[in-house]
Design a protein around this ligand. Structure first.
Ligand SMILES: Nc1ncnc2c1ncn2[C@@H]1O[C@H](COP(=O)(O)OP(=O)(O)OP(=O)(O)O)[C@@H](O)[C@H]1O
Ligand SMILES: [Mg+2]
Length: 211
């Protein structure tokens, strides 16, 4: 097992082609978690009817993460490649080598130059997620970004919402604040939170270098 949280477990597996896979299994959840999930599902036109059965609700949650991953992956964001989903099980690309997961951004120790590079890559991915996938991550922080081969991979997208969701702006602001504050804490001079928000929503440039 790679990770065991309150609401899900992640296992390492292999495909028939010998590729490393991550298998995320959503577990039956507490009423607290149920309430939290409903908040993110309400207002999302893709998930209009919220099932009463917990089992169905969890399947819907897994399907939501699978769809969000696909939307992000298809616009070139570095997320684990989504492979399949059935009921409460989601299969995706494994980020790491042979059963050894890559470290979280929270866990790596890098030089300032490398952190700076990762900061801009993350901001550009947040922008692609917003502009081209039409989503806001909703729980972005150093705990939901893995660092593999020098690149950040955004994970844990089950709670991501459509830009049209009533809370999307607040969630975007919180996501960006988390990221800016984390990198500032490492001693990096970054743009202001509001400059980043502006860039994500209205930025015209394609490359980090022209930022
Ligand atoms: N595709 C992946 N490849 C390798 N490891 C992964 C992958 N996805 C997730 N993990 C590992 O499993 C952990 C939990 O995954 P995730 O954040 O998606 O689940 P979660 O339900 O939010 O759990 P937690 O409450 O621990 O954050 C991650 O912190 C990461 O270490
Ligand atoms: Mg997580």
């Amino acid at each position: 097992m790679v990770s065991s949280g309150k609401e899900s477990r992640i296992y390492w597996g292999k495909s028939f082609n010998n590729e490393n896979l991550a298998v995320k299994i959503y577990l039956t959840t507490s009423s607290e978690f149920r309430k939290g999930m409903i908040k993110y599902l309400a207002g999302d036109p893709r998930f209009k009817e919220i099932p009463k059965s917990t089992r169905k609700l969890i399947s819907m949650w897994a399907r939501k993460e699978f769809k969000n991953l696909k939307l992000m992956y298809n616009v070139g964001v570095k997320v684990p490649k989504p492979i399949s989903q059935h009921e409460n099980v989601l299969i995706m690309e494994f980020i790491g080598d042979d059963g050894m997961r890559a470290p979280l951004l929270k866990e790596v120790e890098l030089g300032l130059n490398e952190y700076e590079d990762i900061f801009y890559k993350v901001i550009n991915d947040v922008r692609k997620i917003y502009k081209y996938a039409g989503l806001v991550h909703g729980d972005l922080s150093e705990y939901n970004i893995m660092v593999f081969k020098g690149s950040p991979y955004i994970i844990d997208v089950s709670q991501s919402v459509k830009v049209a969701h009533p809370n999307s702006y607040d969630l975007l602001l919180r996501d960006i604040s988390n990221i800016v504050n984390f990198f500032r804490g490492l001693g990096l001079k970054t743009l202001d939170i509001h400059e980043v928000v502006e860039y994500v929503i209205n930025g015209e440039y394609e490359d980090v270098g022209e930022f």
